[in-house]
Design a binder for this molecule. Structure first.
Ligand code: ATP
Ligand code: MG
Length: 315
């Protein structure tokens, strides 16, 4: 499906091809979906030349008008990664889907990281067993990735825990620019390492911590937006799901209902395909609610966190 031979593009010779590849643009699909300005900046190739290469790439992958029937066919390649809880899977129409970005929002302890950890094991299962049959990239911005938990979850699924750990590529992002650098690298890393799931936990933590105050808000939102759009392009270019976590922020103007709303404002809201809000329920259970999705109904599901990872809880 993916074409890695960039030299088949008009105007791309061996030298140009290696410049593109070392900038992380390893496939024709990646060139087709990356803004030309960004390609020029990353590769040092002149903007006009880039415009021609990008046009050739788009022609080659057929990015232009397609019929809705063709889109339907493309979406048949879509896969869903099971989360471990039947309730949660049903809520999400079968699991975390490829070609889309799914966001889990919630306060501390809501279970965001536990879902990420469970998914990074589940994604390795064969497709028949609800997995994606591939490796996982886990971008950890908070240092909460705990290998021992992977060990437990893998054991519960009767997988070899050491092998499971070996299929998770961890990137500890120390600040927001480091996080950006890692995202850029994914365009190269994902196709080279059979990555079938990308997790960013948390998407917003560093941005919130570094850009404090109203005067920095617009710069923060711009940077966050560019990150999110790169991640969206990765979902499309490599047919994989990106899962991000988000925190809540208190809205002091809200007198009725839940005063907590997702952080990241409109930028997060627009970029994420499916948004799922998590909150703590009674007796150690958790409640997930779809709050925004192009086709999933706004339902809720109850689950719990156990030694095995994420499991169903009784309604
Ligand atoms: P934060 O915003 O602080 O990152 P989070 O939403 O990522 O929060 P998690 O780390 O996913 O929160 O959830 C932590 C909770 O998971 C703990 O409070 C605990 O209740 C539960 N938990 C963690 N490990 C286990 C385990 N082995 N068995 C049962 N429950 C566990
Ligand atoms: Mg967490």
């Amino acid at each position: 499906m993916e074409n890695n031979d960039l030299a088949t593009l008009d105007g791309v010779g061996p030298a140009m091809s290696s410049k593109l590849k070392s900038a992380g643009l390893t496939t024709i699909e990646a060139i087709a979906v990356t803004p030309p300005k960004e390609i020029a900046e990353k590769t040092g190739i002149g903007f006009n030349t880039v415009l021609n290469i990008a046009a050739a790439a788009r022609k080659s992958v057929g990015v232009g008008f397609i019929t809705a029937e063709e889109l339907w066919k493309k979406r048949q390649n879509m896969l869903k990664c099971s989360i471990g809880s039947k309730n949660l899977n049903e809520l999400l129409g079968g699991g975390i889907e490829t070609q889309a970005m799914t966001e889990f929002i919630g306060e501390y302890g809501a279970g965001k990281t536990q879902i990420c950890l469970t998914l990074s094991v589940m994604a390795q299962l064969p497709v028949e067993k609800g997995g994606l049959n591939g490796n996982v990239v886990y971008v950890d911005t908070e240092g909460t990735f705990i290998p021992e938990r992977i060990f437990q979850i893998a054991n519960a699924l009767e997988l070899d825990p050491h092998e499971t750990l070996g299929h998770i590529f961890l990137a500890r992002a120390y600040n927001s620019s480091h996080q950006c650098l890692i995202t850029d690298h994914l365009f190269k890393f994902c196709p080279e390492n059979k990555i079938k799931l990308v997790i960013v936990d948390s998407m917003i933590g560093h941005f919130r911590g570094e850009y404090v105050g109203r005067e920095n808000l617009s710069e923060r939102q711009q940077k966050l937006n560019s990150q999110l759009h790169k991640l969206l392009r990765i979902t499309e270019a490599f047919n994989l799901p990106v899962m991000v976590t988000n925190q809540v922020q208190a809205n002091p103007a809200q007198f009725f209902g839940d005063p907590n709303r997702p952080a990241g404002g409109h930028v997060m809201a627009h970029a994420c395909t499916h948004r799922v809000f998590l909150r703590k329920g009674g007796k150690g259970t958790r409640i997930a609610r779809v709050i925004d999705s192009p086709y999933l109904p706004e339902n809720t599901a109850r689950f719990k966190i156990t030694e095995k990872g994420v499991e169903d809880a009784q309604e």
